[in-house]
Write a protein that binds this ligand. Sequence first.
Ligand code: BGP
Length: 468
Amino acid sequence: MAFPKNFLWGGAVAANQVEGAYNADGKGLDIQDIMPKGVQTGPTEEPTPDNLKLQAIDFYHRYKDDVKLFAEMGFKVFRTSIAWSRIFPNGDDAEPNEQGLQYYDNLFDECKKYGIEPLVTISHYETPLHLAKKYNGWVNRDLIGFYEKYVRTIFNRYKDKVKYWLTFNEINSVLHHPLLSGGIFTPKEKLSLQDLYQACHHELVASALATKIGHEIIPDVKIGCMVIAVPIYPLTPKPDDVIKVMQVEHFNDFFGDMHCRGVYPGYMKRYFRENGIEIKFAPGDEEILKNHTVDFVSFSYYMSVCEAAEGGTKGGGNLMGGVENPHLKKSDWGWAIDPQGLRIIMNKFYDRWQKPLFIVENGLGAKDVLIDDGKGGKTVNDDYRINYLKDHLVQVAEAIADGIPVMGYTTWGCIDCVSMSTAQMSKRYGFIYVDRNDDGSGTFARYKKKSFDWYKEVIATNGESLKK
Ligand code: BGP
């Protein structure tokens, strides 16, 4: 397995899914604090006790022990996000919250202590609630200014500690989940296409602006976009099905095209024309988009889907829709398992954008059973997870052999965390089991799963152990 020498092996989480401490040390509320059921039902008025994210896995207080475990596995990189509302509690505050800034100083220092590079998502589905409620999130152009201020603050503060940044998590999901991804409070059914695509424009300008500012402030910085990668296969060879695939792919790829090419693609202009959408550009937008494209493309990969002009069974999956592929097995949560899809989408992305790739999420959400390890402790025999990750990493190696520059690989939820789509604890991805349950019970104790030692060996051998 030929992984490059400096390949960044590691794991990924997001602040809102691990930290808890939702109102500690001056943190303001964010949209996750009122989303107790993930994307399944609408938001609540106030934070409610059934929202597991309010405490999550208490990473806020336990990060030292957790980073130590990541270091034991040999992580070269740890991806997390900064909770915007720890830094600017309302999003539009005049001054940042020093306690929030200090917390991430401590976390990044802890990573550095073990030689782990932080990879930081600036905005991971956790827009300050006030920005959602007062401004309707990214529909409002003012968000660009608030984001710019936030970005300048964290870039200046962490410029010597963080070299790898992602501007928005899964930015292309905003078309499907406007509140989650764009902090847009208007319910999706009532949101006009005009407002939705204007919000996309604002996010894209903000992302390019962050790239510009990052390059000015941080020496040797690498700034990437982050998209959901979903290979789409036609359900049949009928040209109508293939056209359908092309059209759905256009909506998914629009965001990567903008980040890598800096201009609106023809297919999008056609869609705007035919749907009466007119994107309002402010002076300078065009130049910002054009001149500040990303250094690399990062993405999450969990599954592929099929599309058909008509028919097919609606597929499971977290955010993007599609119809079921009859040839693939599914996870406990109905997500199609398709390791080869990873190689396919990597080739597509590189052919299309010619930018280095970084796989920043991949993994299996499964129900784990904690058992005695025979040595007085507890563990999980998660061979299913090992097999899943192994099969996907073999395909990453294939993609590298295909000639694609790949910067690294971070598994999703390297420590069990609260699920984004369903807000459950029982959907576990980690190498480290956390004793917390869907009903909120549990001690928060950590236990190493079988996959912990497996991944440790993969990293130690730079992927050579995958041959076994
Ligand atoms: C991605 C999100 C993550 C994460 C992951 C797994 O779309 O970026 O935040 O949670 O999906 O999804 P889930 O937690 O719903 O299983």
